[in-house]
Design a protein around this ligand. Structure first.
Ligand code: TRP
Length: 338
């Protein structure tokens, strides 16, 4: 072994779509975990703009949001010197691998995807083929880098299952090529719910702005949204997702913002009269938590040259790795080498 060889660290890859405004849900459910994982793993984090166009996007907005998201990854603590941060469309190998995988995927495998069914209902005026093959492109994102582990939300589990099946199928038809990836689904904070309808996921596309906390909301906006959050009947602070979705959601936010356990939170507010003191504490904690992220975001986003350099560097690192995988895949598939 070459003395400079270091053992291979396990690879993680994840991505988010630049398709909406950023909320605290992005940090609580995903970015927080990426930051925690980036030391232990060889990490790649992608802005999946190719996925975003499966629903209609305004070009100028898409461009702005892609840069916003890349800046937000860093503002939340993803470190471009330790992790690869890149934009999916900068690495053409994603689309190239996706085509090969498309030809290994059955129609039925795509048509039974829950998210495809949901999105076809929601965008019934634009059920395009990209929406249908979306999970194959996602499989390409993952397999291109031989990711061992993929941090995703519960809603992406089915897509990850397809990525695993495609890896196994290719390996079996040709020869061992791809790592079969494992999902990594965070237990807590994975889903932040709407502040107005706490049985629905918090979403930036919700027209009621009081239902979500934006990562660029001011301290006052954050406090006011939390004070006005819908809570449940009852008066005590107790975690019960089903019977007390409103209070439980605020407890998750408080946990994310302070690191306190549910047991600690329950005893902190045991015997307090009504929800008001608890809401006040959550409002302050969340405002404190978001403030430095917002400040870093504004600074990073303001320096577009530096952001551009980071993304160029990320794309170069990603491409070097992607090219190697794609070359093997093309060769095994039977394409003539030039
Ligand atoms: N489909 C994912 C989502 O909406 C985003 C995504 C695209 C992704 N490619 C990925 C996540 C690869 C993890 C790995 O959340």
């Amino acid at each position: 072994m070459n003395p400079t060889d270091t053992p291979r660290r396990n690879v993680i890859l994840s991505g988010m779509q630049p398709s909406g405004e950023l909320t605290i849900g992005h940090v609580a459910g995903a970015l927080r975990n990426w930051v925690a994982l980036q030391d232990e793993f060889d990490s790649l984090f992608c802005v999946v703009d190719l996925h975003a166009i499966t629903v209609r996007q305004e070009p100028a907005k898409l461009r702005r949001r892609s840069l916003d998201l890349a800046a937000m990854y860093q503002a939340a603590g993803v470190d471009a010197s330790r992790s690869v941060i890149f934009i999916q469309s900068h690495v053409p190998e994603h689309v190239q691998l996706s085509w090969v995988l498309t030809c290994l995927t059955g129609m039925g495998e795509c048509s039974r995807m829950t998210q495809f069914k949901e999105k076809s209902d929601r965008h019934s005026d634009n059920i395009n083929v990209g929406l249908f093959t979306y999970p194959i492109l996602m499989a390409a994102d993952i397999l291109l880098y031989n990711a061992d582990c993929v941090p995703v939300g519960e809603d992406q589990k089915q897509h990850l299952e397809l990525a695993r099946n495609l890896a196994e199928r290719f390996n079996h038809h040709y020869s061992p090529t791809f790592t079969v990836p494992e999902p990594y689904i965070p237990k807590l904070g994975g889903r932040i719910m709407s502040l107005q309808e706490p049985t629905k996921k918090m979403s930036k596309s919700d027209p009621n702005v009081k239902s979500w906390i934006g990562l660029t909301d001011s301290d006052d906006e954050i406090r006011s949204k939390i004070r006005r959050a819908v809570t449940d009947s009852g008066t005590d602070i107790r975690y019960d997702e089903l019977a007390r979705p409103g209070i439980s959601n605020l407890m998750v936010l408080y946990h994310v913002a302070t690191g306190k356990s549910f047991a600690d939170i329950e005893s902190e507010f045991a015997g307090s009269s009504g929800y008001a003191p608890f809401k006040e504490a959550v409002a302050d904690a969340v405002a404190e938590y978001v403030r430095p992220i917002r400040e870093r975001f504004v600074a990073i986003r303001a320096d577009e040259d530096a952001l551009g350099r980071t993304l160029r560097h990320g794309a170069e690192q990603a491409r070097e790795r992607a090219r190697k995988t794609l070359r093997k895949v093309y060769k095994k598939t039977g394409f003539v080498e030039l």
